[in-house]
Design a protein around this ligand. Structure first.
Ligand code: FEO
Ligand code: CA
Ligand code: CA
Ligand code: CA
Length: 659
């Protein structure tokens, strides 16, 4: 897509700067591909100077001394002039079930904010793209939780079809302009403010866009509506936003009633689909989500979607060349020859890690030439060997190779639609729920969250996984019953993101470190209560944490981690910082704690390194509209609301994390 975004130049300058720093430090391109991160530390990062906080159970946001935070935008805030904001005190009275509620919702910041992209518009102006992952009907509709307990949700939703429309209007994504006037504030009259919902027209491009599966089973170019399950995200070097469609199977119901061909059934089964009701009962009020009536509709989802925040009238484009799976996120960088590389996790237990490499290079002189870069290239999947080496295996169709008619694939489009099945044949390495990816701007190493997999080494081989695989522990998934997750580090050969080989090692194996269970190295078998923090041997330097999810880097090479899941000490989810190079590599410190019931998402740092944006997703989860367990952020009689935060150091001229 065409873009005028100055982020492009900033991105390219950073890339050149990083390489120069490396060479000045005596490194070489080859050193970037070496095994150990410590060995390639070109500028040993200082440990971030902030005083770590302790985990908290309070229904509030906690940040370190010397920091302040404010809520920038909440679910239900009007993002267009003249639109009506949601009054959180009216949620428990059922205001979202009233006629017209969905139309209002579509003009408000959506629910369950998740991944973000930050686009600079000026010194104190940003465009933010923010995902809204899924609905939380029990939290927003009085009686939903009670009907669920009574097994009467079909009746509840049938009598209240507006509820489905409200859920459909509350997800997707928001584009908002924000301005720093003391604090970051929404610019309500920005021409760029935009909502994309389950009903927004979308376009398709790339090799699978004319496959009949994407066009209701008949030949023709696909078009459709909406984006679903938008989890983590990414930005491209040409200034566009990539949003990742993850748990799309939850939106479709009635699979048992569908008359599906064996091929369609096998495809849905490998992706995962619901045989009876959907998670949100949309099929009760909207036939589009009824597999019995529309068995092909799920093929329109599960893609990476590109959106130009500077072109509010242009339809988002689903880029089929990047494959179809439960896309967690999409993290871009440039190869040495300026081809674009996009790293992507498939977030389910025992699924895979992918990257896309474009065929053409980024064109800095002519931004319009980058419009279709993501339509033409090669998708790869990672195979991790026990010795710390690994390779990227291409998911490329041919009439005689491993992905051919003999193995059930008739075209490249079928490979992309059924990525998981193709990756199975290529013997990709099943990981412990691969989630977000971040790239160290200093070292160029790549980090992948593996959020958890309690079935690792516990579940019998292949059970319930739609194929026969070894579900036991291995070097890349070293802990049986992996409740707390880990982070893997990848160094591409010669430091080139387009490389076909890499070295990898665990950076952190999460949990609660104690003198007894903290390991200096990772050796198999790793007991289920053992932890590893990059080799750090001093427990007093470490904060307990679990279930790493979204990731980002600051410009000093510190990895910022947010969590989603039960923390080892029973506290709320939070945000953590981890140096990846130098003597404090692996020294995870807690930076923020969220309110009750929330997971923490977003996690983006402004280009000036002053502000950390976090999104607080589903505060009060586990409660209900009638019986809330959180009142964050508005307090008193208010329903809890997913919201986006800005956290900054109080002292001027200081970067986030430094003091
Ligand atoms: Fe939406 Fe994988 O978390
Ligand atoms: Ca996630
Ligand atoms: Ca990220
Ligand atoms: Ca998450």
């Amino acid at each position: 897509m065409r873009s005028k975004n100055p982020l492009t130049l900033q991105f390219l300058m950073e890339k050149r700067l990083s390489r120069r720093r490396l060479l000045e430090a005596g490194g070489s391109a080859a050193a970037l591909g070496a095994v150990s991160a410590c060995m390639v530390a070109n500028e040993p990062a200082a440990i971030p100077g902030f005083q770590p906080i302790r985990g908290s159970n309070s229904d509030s946001v906690v940040v370190p001394d010397n920091y302040s935070y404010h809520v920038v935008v909440r679910w239900g805030d009007a993002i267009f002039p003249g639109a009506e904001s949601l009054d959180p005190e009216t949620v428990s009275a059922g205001v979202l079930l009233n006629p017209g509620a969905a139309d209002k919702q579509a003009r408000q910041f959506g629910d369950n904010c998740d991944g973000m992209g930050v686009f600079q518009r000026g010194a104190d102006r940003l465009l933010l793209c923010v995902n809204h992952e899924f609905p939380s009907p029990a939290l927003i509709f009085p009686g939903w939780a009670e009907a669920a307990r009574a097994r009467q949700l079909r009746e509840y939703v049938s009598a209240r079809p507006e509820a489905v429309r409200v859920m459909q209007a509350g997800l997707g994504l928001s584009v908002i302009e924000v301005e720093r006037r003391g604090e970051w504030r929404l610019v309500q009259d920005s021409p760029y403010n935009r909502r994309v919902t389950a009903d927004t027209p979308v376009a398709f491009s790339g090799p699978a866009s004319e496959h009949p599966y994407l066009n209701a089973g008949v030949p023709g170019k696909a078009s459709g509506f909406g984006t679903l399950g938008n989890c983590a995200a990414g930005t491209t070097p040409w200034g566009t936003y990539l949003t990742a469609e993850e748990n799309i199977q939850d939106f479709f119901g009635n699979g048992d009633a569908a008359a599906m061909s064996p091929d369609v059934l096998a495809s849905h089964a490998r992706f995962g689909y619901r045989r009876r009701n959907s998670a949100y009962w949309w099929e009760t009020a909207d036939a589009r989500f009824d597999l019995g009536q529309n068995p092909y509709e799920p093929f329109q989802f599960g893609w990476i979607v590109e959106l130009d925040p500077l072109e509010p009238e242009r339809a988002p484009i689903k880029r089929t060349a990047l494959g179809r799976f439960r896309h967690e996120g999409a993290t871009s960088t440039l190869a040495d020859d300026s081809r674009v590389v996009v790293y992507m996790g498939d977030d389910q237990a025992f699924e895979y890690f992918y990257k896309f490499v474009s065929r053409r290079a980024l064109n800095v002189e002519s931004p319009a030439a980058n419009a279709d870069l993501l339509d033409d290239g090669t998708l790869f999947v990672a195979r991790l060997h026990e010795d710390g080496s690994g390779e990227w295996v291409p998911l490329v169709w041919s009439d005689s190779g491993p992905l051919s008619p003999d193995s059930g694939f008739r075209s490249q489009a079928e490979v992309l639609i059924n990525c998981r099945a193709a990756a199975d044949i290529l013997q990709a390495t099943p990981l412990d729920r691969p989630e977000d990816v971040a790239i160290d701007p200093v070292s160029k190493r790549v980090y992948l969250s593996c959020t958890q997999n309690p079935l690792r080494g516990v579940e019998a081989s292949g059970t319930g996984r739609q194929r026969q695989i070894d579900t036991g522990i291995n070097a890349a998934n070293p802990r049986a019953g992996n409740r707390y997750g880990h982070i893997l580090e990848f160094a591409e050969a010669d430091g080139d993101a387009a490389a076909l080989q890499f070295q990898w090692e665990p950076l952190v194996i999460a949990g609660q470190p104690t003198v007894e269970n903290l390991r200096a190295s990772v050796t198999l078998p790793m007991p289920s209560d053992a932890v590893y923090f990059g080799g750090i041997d001093d427990v007093s330097l470490l904060s307990p944490f679990a279930n790493p999810d979204n990731l980002t880097f600051d410009d000093r090479g510190n990895l910022w981690i947010v969590t989603d899941g039960p923390q080892p000490t029973g506290v709320n989810n939070g945000c953590f910082v981890c140096p990846t190079s130098g003597p404090w590599r692996g020294a995870v410190k807690q930076f923020m704690s969220g309110p009750v019931g929330a997971e923490i998402c977003g996690c983006e740092i402004t280009p000036d390194q002053r502000t950390l944006f976090l999104t607080v997703q589903h505060p009060g989860s586990g409660g209900s509209a009638n019986s809330p367990i959180s009142r964050w952020p508005d307090g008193e009689r208010s329903a809890p609301r997913s919201s986006m935060l800005a956290i900054e150091p109080i002292q001027a001229g200081v970067k986030i994390g430094d003091v």
